[in-house]
Ligand binder design. Structure first.
Ligand code: SF4
Ligand code: MG
Length: 325
């Protein structure tokens, strides 16, 4: 359905060139959920923004790669075709639902606008469909609440309204960029459950961008772990939970709070992600990796299949996945 192939994005600023995305490839099929996981600055959002066409204006530059939707190279399409794919076929929701909604219009009106603008639906039909959508994302008393303004809703309910707007045109792919980060844990779980439910009903492909492995465990099929603009591990959720094949994934896994280990100190990955204007040579993770050896300082590990269906960019991936390192 959607294929990202060898994507490169850089930001050219006065201080230097930030290499934000350095050869990312992934695919999402219909009815499938891909979680893209990484710390801030790993390139996960920038990759999504490149898909949506909101990054290729200075200082942002797409310097290589392709994005294909149903086999068509989006970057090569004429502007009007590109615009109709983005927004209709590929929709995106963001972390901050409050600033994404317009404070001066009732929420039902904002959802209805999607139908009026894109499908020329009459005012009364658009309103009816907006209420149906609010119902579908489980907003209680949808028909009366459609007249309320964004500030009259809780953070979780506003995010549901954003989701309703994003799925209004029945997109083939939905990209959700940290959709629950601003919400408390219980509401996070409810929103994830809703996204899963909508995805299963509609058969859309879902890309979930997150820094929190714990949030996506129950909803994702596959996980692509990103670090300094590259995918460092790509595997099924089960494989990653059973035995990560990259020391960075292992660190992320160890930092998830677990109910069964309550009271235990959270293992954090030491140090900080590098400056993207000055990515370390060799394996970019080596300054933070407790398994690093001389080779890691000099030679960049390629993303390679270590086991059927899973890839890792670590010189010692086989030993890591076997627990020998
Ligand atoms: Fe660590 Fe070396 Fe593997 Fe990089 S290649 S993750 S530095 S062991
Ligand atoms: Mg981000």
């Amino acid at each position: 359905m959607l294929e990202v192939e060898d994507l490169h994005v850089e930001f050219r600023t006065r201080d230097g060139v930030a290499q934000a995305v350095n050869g990312v490839s992934y695919t999402v099929e219909a009815g499938e959920t891909l979680a893209v996981l990484g710390e801030s600055g790993s390139g996960k959002s920038v990759t999504a923004q490149a898909i949506m066409g909101i990054v290729d204006t200075p200082p942002g530059h797409i310097t290589g790669g392709r994005v294909r939707f149903r086999g068509q190279d989006i970057f090569a399409l004429p502007e009007n075709k590109r615009q109709s794919i983005r927004g209709r076929e590929i929709a995106m929701i963001f972390q901050d639902a409050l600033s994404a909604l317009n404070p001066v219009f009732p929420v039902g009106w904002q959802i209805a606008e999607m139908f009026r603008i894109h499908q020329g639906t009459s005012r009364s039909d658009a309103r009816k469909r907006a209420i149906e959508l609010m119902d579908r994302v489980h907003i209680p008393a949808a028909s009366s609440r459609a007249r309320d303004y964004p500030h009259q809703f809780s953070g979780g309910m506003r995010q549901r309204i954003m989701i309703a707007t994003a799925i209004a045109l029945d997109p083939a792919v939905l990209i959700a960029d940290e959709p629950t980060t601003a919400l408390d844990v219980t509401v996070q779980a409810q929103i994830m459950k809703l996204l899963r439910e909508l995805q299963q009903d509609s058969g859309m492909g879902l890309i979930l961008i997150t820094h929190d492995l714990g949030v996506v465990a129950d909803v994702a099929d596959r996980i692509a772990v990103m670090y300094t603009g590259r995918i460092v591990e790509h595997a099924s959720v089960d494989q990653i939970y059973q035995a990560p094949a990259h020391p960075y994934t292992r660190g992320l896994l160890a930092s998830i709070p677990r109910v069964d280990l309550k009271g235990r100190e959270l293992a954090a990955i030491r140090g900080l992600p590098p400056n993207l204007m000055n990515i370390p040579p060799g394996c970019a993770f080596h300054p933070r990796c407790s398994s690093a050896e001389e080779l890691c300082h000099r030679t960049r590990p390629a993303l390679t299949e270590v086991r059927p269906g899973r890839s890792s960019a670590c010189h010692f991936a086989s030993e890591v996945v076997d627990g020998a390192r």
